[in-house]
Design a protein around this ligand. Structure first.
Ligand code: ADP
Ligand code: MG
Length: 261
């Protein structure tokens, strides 16, 4: 049986379908690829801008409806994938090769749920199919290993082409390095600015992160050296400040926000 429709006519009926957030045609955004027609069966790949797209089901439905307008269509199969766009580069900031977006999670005060938010953001992104890493930079409370079930994990040091590189721990689909791996759990640590600066830079640039869509950074509370190092070192796609509703907590959160602006 000869094909009833061709690729051009499929793209034509899909052209009016828009990405609801970008408000542009999926076809014009090059999000429809690999159109195949076999008899009355049409299949294509829908390439979203994030695997976490909350509207994916709606977009797929819109696409299927559009293609069904053509005569003789038996089935429309949409294979959904995602290509996460890379954040914008900034002058004087050295991005991490292979890492597309860096997200900082910070807070004014401790104990407000920062790590809980950071781990859940990372886990949700990983669940949706994104490649995710976590950098636990909270020197005062490096709790990410506990929350990811990696308490007894260690960072492995390997000899890379350009010196020593750290191999991150891995669980729940998340690659992770933590300040907790470097310090004695029962000893108080006194970090001086330059030391902390050095460790954070090492965690950014000397870890085998590989290809990551998102690197989520759990920062210590406040507006100290860790925040400053991160902001000055890498370009950031976004930052979240976690707070509780009390006035004093909000006051500190606002200060934290100013730092990232
Ligand atoms: N939304 C929430 N509601 C109630 N308790 C929470 C919530 N988020 C976190 N917690 C609890 O509060 C405590 C502190 O959370 P954590 O994420 O470690 O805070 P932080 O990283 O800011 O110090 C933990 O015991 C955690 O289980
Ligand atoms: Mg914490």
């Amino acid at each position: 049986m000869s094909a009833i429709v061709d690729v051009t006519s499929v793209l034509e009926v899909l052209r009016p379908v828009q990405d609801p957030e970008l408000r542009k045609s999926l076809v014009e955004l090059n999000m429809i690829r690999n159109v195949k027609i076999e008899g009355g069966n049409v299949s294509f790949t829908l390439v979203l801008t994030t695997p976490a797209c909350p509207l994916r089901e709606f977009i797929v439905e819109d696409c299927q409806k559009a293609v069904r307008q053509l005569p003789g269509i038996a089935d429309v199969v949409v294979d959904v994938t995602a290509e996460t766009p890379k954040q914008k580069d900034l002058p004087n900031r050295q991005g991490i090769p292979g890492v597309k977006n860096i997200i900082a999670i910070s807070s004014g005060k401790g104990g407000v749920g920062k790590t809980t938010v950071a781990v859940n953001v990372a886990a949700a992104l990983a669940n949706s199919g994104a490649k995710v890493g976590m950098l636990d930079a909270d020197i005062y409370g490096p709790n990410v290993p506990t929350m990811l079930g990696l308490e007894s994990a260690q960072v492995m040091v390997q000899q890379g082409a350009s010196g020593e590189v750290l191999e991150p721990a891995f669980n729940h689909g998340i690659k992770m390095v933590s300040m907790g791996f470097l310090i004695d759990k029962d000893q108080p640590v006194i970090w001086r600015g330059p030391m902390l600066n050095g460790i954070i830079r090492q965690f950014l640039y000397q870890v085998q992160w590989g290809e990551l869509d998102y690197l989520v950074v759990d920062l210590p509370p406040g507006t100290g050296d860790a925040q400053l190092t991160l902001i000055q070192a890498v370009p950031m796609a976004g930052a979240a400040i976690v707070t509780t509703p009390q006035n004093v907590a909000l006051l500190d959160a606002r200060k934290g926000l100013k730092m990232f602006q």
